[in-house]
Design a protein around this ligand. Structure first.
Ligand SMILES: Cc1cc2nc3c(=O)[nH]c(=O)nc-3n(C[C@H](O)[C@H](O)[C@H](O)COP(=O)(O)O)c2cc1C
Length: 162
C-alpha cells in the first residue's frame, strides 16, 4: 500500500517535518512511502496511494499560495477522490495560524472528495487536533508528533484500504 507525503517548503522547515512523517509511515509494515516537494510530484505514485498528506508553511495565517495553486490546478491530475487525506504545517508563532493553514488544506481535500482524518482523537498522546503543526524555532521538539502522525495515518490507511 502506497502513501504520499507532499509538501511546499521555501526554507526547509516543512521539508524536514515531511520527512519525519515519511519515516513514521515507513515504519508500518507493508507501506511504501513517497515524499515529494510540490515542484516534483510523482503523479503516478500519488494516484496509486491510498493516503495523501500535504504540508505547508503558514503564510499570513493560511496555506502558502503555491499550495493553494497546486490544489486548484495540479491536484486534479492526481485522482485524490476517495483517498485518505491529512495536512500538516510549520509556522513561526503558536498564534501564527498553522492550524488555520491545516484546516484550509483539509477543507480543499473534502471538496476534492477525500476521506479527511486528523490522526488524533482516540490515539491519545501525543495529541493531534486537526493535523500536526511545528514552530520553526524549536522544530526538533515537534519531531515525535510528526513521526507518530505518519505512523497513525499509515495504520489508518491499512485499516480502511489494506
Ligand atoms: C511570506 C511569508 C509569510 C509568513 N506568514 C507567517 C504567518 O502568518 N504566521 C507564522 O507563524 N509564520 C509565518 N511565516 C513563517 C513561516 O511559516 C515559517 O518560517 C515556516 O516554518 C517556513 O517553512 P519552510 O522553511 O518550509 O519554508 C511566514 C513566512 C513567509 C515567507
Amino acid at each position: 500500500m502506497k502513501l504520499s507525503v507532499l509538501y511546499y517548503s521555501k526554507s526547509g522547515n516543512t521539508k524536514r517535518m515531511a520527512r519525519a512523517i515519511g519515516a513514521g509511515a515507513q515504519s508500518v509494515e507493508g507501506v511504501e512511502v513517497g515524499v515529494f516537494p510540490l515542484e516534483r510530484v510523482d503523479q503516478e505514485f500519488v494516484k496509486e496511494s491510498a493516503c495523501v498528506l500535504l504540508g505547508t508553511p503558514a503564510y499570513l495565517a493560511s496555506m502558502a499560495g503555491t499550495v493553494k495553486n497546486w490544489l486548484e490546478i495540479q491536484a486534479r491530475s492526481c485522482s485524490l477522490a476517495g483517498k485518505l487525506g491529512g495536512a500538516f504545517a510549520t509556522a513561526d508563532y503558536v498564534h501564527g495560524g498553522g492550524d488555520m493553514a491545516v484546516q484550509g488544506i483539509l477543507t480543499h481535500f473534502m471538496v476534492l472528495g477525500m476521506v479527511v482524518y486528523s490522526g488524533g482523537g482516540s490515539w491519545g498522546k501525543p495529541y493531534i487536533h486537526l493535523g500536526p503543526v511545528a514552530i520553526s524555532e524549536e522544530l526538533e521538539r515537534y519531531r515525535p508528533i510528526f513521526t507518530a502522525y505518519g505512523e497513525r495515518m499509515a495504520k489508518k490507511s491499512k485499516e480502511l484500504f489494506g
